[in-house]
Design a protein around this ligand. Structure first.
Ligand code: ZN
Ligand code: ZN
Ligand code: FE
Length: 782
């Protein structure tokens, strides 16, 4: 081709988005080859750069087709084109990465095994037949093995494995589907699997290890299996004895276990699977999806007692497929390989140490996991419109950022998050990077994981925080860490009230601006008046939150003890609305009564979560909880099973009485329109209904409707006070699908636009995003 070929054109395309680690460059190469165009494609620290030239018409076709020819997991966020003088290039070349500037590219999340790789895995004549580390540019580990950027093999935990000639040929062939697949490997050159005892002694290795592990599970044993983001504890979910053993060894009496189903069809044998749920189950993120049970049997009562839903995922790593095939299982329990509340184990010696009393054998391998990632959990909402709500955001989603509404010269913020279900957030430009799920920060191990994750995320993003945000609660481990960090680095720090942060997480996700109404129905968080909050209505202007309304405060006798021993809450309700709850003899009722009447160790709270606990105790459903939100989930299950539960338009139907008391709340002196909502009448009615033998299903349903109507009443009053017509709902209570559906429905009927969390959890896993948003907006407590 002559240098000045007539009609030739040359264009530079600068791309941002998910264009690395997903087979983007080969896809570009193929399109260029198809159109016989010349030029180059390269990874840059910020994304990718394409330099394309050839006949004008073909170049235009290239630019038009490029977005349609992206690899399955590619995504273009922005595309800038500049025209250049043709250079006379005659071939298309994939260039080496350019790594000079500050790294700014996105890291890909881990991707589930793809269909072509699965076919090879089970093809006896393929050289990777039954090889548990098979992957390609469309699938395999990503974030969990990445140690640095740009994403290239030397900066992953695959660095120690040298490609064999066969793999090297694939890796360097632009037309091969393993072209630059960084974790590419085969049995000749890649990692290997082995089965060990808890003392580290190897029982078997290679293919035999997988077969033997499947056989042990089949016999009812519990095995620790090293996966993508950490270890799982695995047992046969249809074996009651194995399940009881796992519950006993893990000291987990009733918290539901996550399941892995062999395939979609199997999942549908225990659960209702909608089209949308099917798509999520099969997505490359392969989250755990909370599916409604469609059958009742004894085994399900051990797996998820009292719960309406089962957490189900599909196999996502090759080793999962092999275990299912070898053991012919339908469902396996796949619960995080950790002790009680510690982080999921990733380090092999660590796993042996912490899981030795639980697992009978360990299926492990020598490809290190660098970044821990628990399984993500999501649920699908259908009413009034389909929406996905995230309960735990980790493997498959992290480290995808959330784009914040742009603001000029935004400093790098480190938001430390909450105490439970912790995540932290770092911002870079207008992107907020929410960390993988870290969990409860009440152990030294969790704190160490927290610190380590922060150091790594700082490294990946190449940022140094310029400002810090934390919770208002001084005793959260995250708050203490943040204050320490701020002091050592002389950085400004802002303490964000817990429920402000919940609401702000919705505002951040949707890029909203006020005025708007924020409703946080939650467990507990420290309020600005030193009482415990959790049933709050705010009017938000810019980043200023005024507390417009709240649920009537009641005492928490014994403080945190009342969260586990919900019978105490029945006594608290009894004391302030003059009822006599029926409690089992075994409880020290008189002692607690005295605590309440003399206000000893009985902090006041307005928590909606505790209202659910109170009702569960009043109706004799549950007096003690062994895991969070247990009572609320049981109430939801009962209410959902009641006749008429699906009817969201319950105008004219019975709700329990509540009172809206004006002037109860104004924390802002200029605002004299605050309200307080009293549930005293409702408690009396509920107590009487239970005493009269009304079905618990019916009481639960009416109670849910009551809570939805309270949300409506708060919103109507706030709108009348100038709060506008947009309502943001957040807080852990909104994981309750029935309540959320009712609230969205009723609010929409009243002309409100309702916003909820769909990217980060409405529980405390979303707090750090809210804190980050507040810190970028000049938030201060009024
Ligand atoms: Zn693949
Ligand atoms: Zn190889
Ligand atoms: Fe919370």
């Amino acid at each position: 081709m002559s240098r000045a070929s007539k009609g030739n054109k040359r264009i530079l395309l600068t791309l941002r988005g998910r264009v690395q680690g997903v087979g983007f460059r080969p896809a570009v190469y193929r399109l260029a080859a198809e159109l016989t165009l010349a030029g180059t494609v390269s990874n840059t620290t910020a994304g990718a750069l394409i330099d394309i030239e050839g006949p004008g018409k073909s170049v235009d076709t290239f630019v038009r087709l490029l977005p349609k020819r992206l690899p399955p997991h590619g995504r273009i966020d922005s595309l800038k084109t500049t025209t250049r003088e043709p250079s006379g290039a005659s071939s298309f070349v994939i260039e080496k990465s350019r790594t000079r500037n500050a790294p700014d590219a996105e890291l890909p999340p881990d991707l589930a095994l793809c269909d072509p790789c699965k076919a090879e895995l089970f093809n006896p004549s393929d050289r990777r037949y039954r090889y548990p580390f098979i992957n390609c540019t469309d699938c395999g580990p990503r974030f969990s093995i990445i140690k640095g950027i740009p994403y290239d093999r030397p900066k992953t935990t695959m660095a120690g494995f040298t490609l064999c000639p066969d793999c090297a040929r694939e890796y360097h062939d632009p037309l091969n589907r393993r072209f630059h697949a960084q974790p590419d490997a085969c049995p000749a050159c890649g990692p290997h699997i082995s089965l060990t005892r808890s003392d580290g002694c190897v029982i078997s290795s290679g293919d035999h290890a997988i077969k033997q592990c499947a056989a042990l599970i089949k016999q009812g044993k519990i095995c620790a299996v090293k996966g993508i983001g950490g270890y799982h504890l695995v047992c046969d979910a249809t074996n009651a004895a194995a399940l009881r053993r796992l519950r006993a060894r893990k000291i987990r009496p009733s918290k539901p276990f996550a399941l892995m189903a062999r395939d979609i069809k199997t999942a549908a044998s225990w659960c209702i699977v909608s089209e949308a749920e099917r798509a999520s189950l099969l997505s490359s993120a392969r989250p755990i999806v909370l599916l409604q049970k469609n059958t009742s049997c004894a085994i399900l009562d051990i797996l998820a007692p009292g719960n309406r839903y089962l957490g189900v995922m599909l196999p996502y790593a090759p080793v999962h497929e092999l275990l299912f095939t070898d053991g012919d299982f339908s469902f396996l329990v796949m619960t995080s390989g950790n002790r009680a509340d510690e982080p999921i184990a990733i380090d092999d010696t660590d796993a042996l140490r912490t899981l030795s009393g639980i697992a009978d054998a360990f299926l492990t391998h020598n490809r290190p996991i660098h970044n821990r990632c628990d399984d993500s959990i999501i649920q699908h909402l259908t009413q009034p419109e389909p929406e996905i709500s995230v309960i735990r955001r980790s493997r498959g989603y992290v480290p995808d950022p959330v784009t914040l509404p742009a603001s000029k010269n935004m400093p790098v913020i480190f938001a430390a998050g909450a105490e439970l279900k912790n995540t932290f957030t770092l911002t870079r430009g207008s992107k907020a990077y929410v960390s993988a799920y870290i969990g409860d920060l009440d152990t030294e191990a969790a704190l160490a994981y927290y610190r380590e994750s922060l150091t790594r995320m700082n490294g990946f993003l190449s940022v140094q925080p310029a400002a810090i945000a934390c919770d208002l609660h001084p005793d959260y481990a995250s708050t203490r860490f943040a204050r320490d960090y701020a002091r050592k680095n002389s950085l400004p720090i802002v303490a964000v009230q817990h429920h402000h942060a919940h609401v702000a997480s919705v505002i951040a996700e949707h890029g909203l601006s006020g005025p708007l109404i924020g409703i946080a129905f939650d467990g507990t968080g420290l309020g600005t008046d030193s009482t415990i909050w959790g049933g709050e209505c705010f009017i938000v202007r810019n980043a200023q939150f005024s507390r417009f309304g709240y649920l009537e405060r009641f005492p928490l006798p014994g403080g945190d003890a009342a969260t586990r021993e919900t019978w105490r809450l029945a006594l608290a309700a009894a004391a302030f609305c003059g009822i006599a709850p029926r409690l089992p003899q075994r409880y020290p009722v008189e002692t607690v009564r005295r605590m309440i009447s003399s206000s000893i160790n009985s902090p006041l709270c307005s928590s909606a979560g505790r209202v659910f606990d109170t009702v569960a105790a009043l109706i004799g459903l549950r007096f003690e909880c062994d895991h969070e939100a247990q009572a609320a989930m049981e109430l939801e299950a009962l209410a959902s099973a009641a006749p008429g539960a699906a009817n969201m338009d319950f105008t004219g139907k019975k709700v329990y009485n509540f009172t809206v008391r004006p002037g109860g709340a104004a924390s802002d002196a200029r605002q004299k329109t605050g309200i307080m909502i009293s549930l005293q009448d409702a408690y009396r009615q509920i107590n009487a209904a239970a005493a009269a033998g009304t079905s618990l299903r019916s009481i639960s349903l009416t109670f849910h409707r009551t809570m939805a109507e309270i949300i409506v009443a708060m919103s109507l009053n706030a709108r009348a006070a100038g709060g506008g017509s947009a309502v943001c709902l957040s807080g852990g209570v909104f994981q309750n699908r029935l309540l959320l559906a009712m609230a969205r429905h009723r609010l929409t009927k009243h002309g409100f636009t309702v916003y909820i969390n769909t990217v980060v959890p409405s529980n405390d896993g979303g707090i750090s995003l809210g804190q980050a948003w507040c810190a970028t907006r000049g938030y201060r407590i009024q």
